[in-house]
Write a protein that binds this ligand. Structure first.
Ligand SMILES: Cc1cc2nc3c(=O)[nH]c(=O)nc-3n(C[C@H](O)[C@H](O)[C@H](O)COP(=O)(O)O)c2cc1C
Length: 166
């Protein structure tokens, strides 16, 4: 599929079929996470793949969403490894994690899967539930799976792009 078609086709999906994501597809999604650019190529991303009922149950206590997805990926970064900009100390871990998550979303879309980005979760609870080491920061939660027929999905409702040519 053309990239320009793929990016306009992808939209949020908040209800999934009870159908597992195939191993080969998961591997391709993880490969997309590896290919993502990161600041100074430090690659601070840490990926947690949740497929068991127990793991997904734990996650339910950390956020108010439950979309019934068969696969959830938590994208984290290791704050010991992320780049901090010298001029002002700005932390780039979240930006790296966002690029990694975007790569995975788009790869999932190309494989006929859907996803939705979750930013509204309790990071402290995620750290506790999954016993994350203290320097691992959860940044993005990505439910992934096959869209349920009755679920509904996003429509591309975009504002005019504000562009200035200087
Ligand atoms: C940084 C970020 C955080 C988001 N957080 C949530 C969230 O917590 N819960 C949710 O249901 N959707 C969340 N979304 C999904 C957005 O609502 C959705 O991407 C947006 O409405 C655009 O729709 P589209 O994904 O169909 O293009 C988030 C998206 C982004 C990029």
């Amino acid at each position: 599929m053309e990239f320009s078609t793929l990016i306009w086709q992808r939209c949020w999906v908040r209800k999934y079929k009870d159908k597992p994501v195939e191993r080969e597809k998961l591997e391709k999604i993880l490969d997309a996470a590896k290919a993502a650019p990161t600041a100074v190529n430090f690659q601070p991303q840490r990926i947690f793949v949740l497929q068991s009922k127990e793991a997904r149950q734990k996650l339910r206590g950390c956020m108010r969403f439950d979309f019934g997805e068969p696969l959830t990926i938590i994208v984290c970064y290791d704050r010991r490894e992320s780049w901090k900009r010298g001029y002002d100390g700005k932390e780039f871990g979240d930006i790296d994690a966002a690029i990694v998550a975007t790569h995975m979303m788009l790869q999932a879309q190309e494989l006929g899967l859907s996803s939705v980005w979750i930013g509204s979760f309790d990071p402290k609870k995620v750290c506790e539930a999954f016993a994350l080491p203290k320097d691992i920061v959860p940044s993005v939660i990505l439910p992934i799976g096959y869209e349920a027929e009755e679920g509904g999905h996003g429509v591309k409702n975009r504002k005019e792009l504000k562009v200035e040519y200087c």
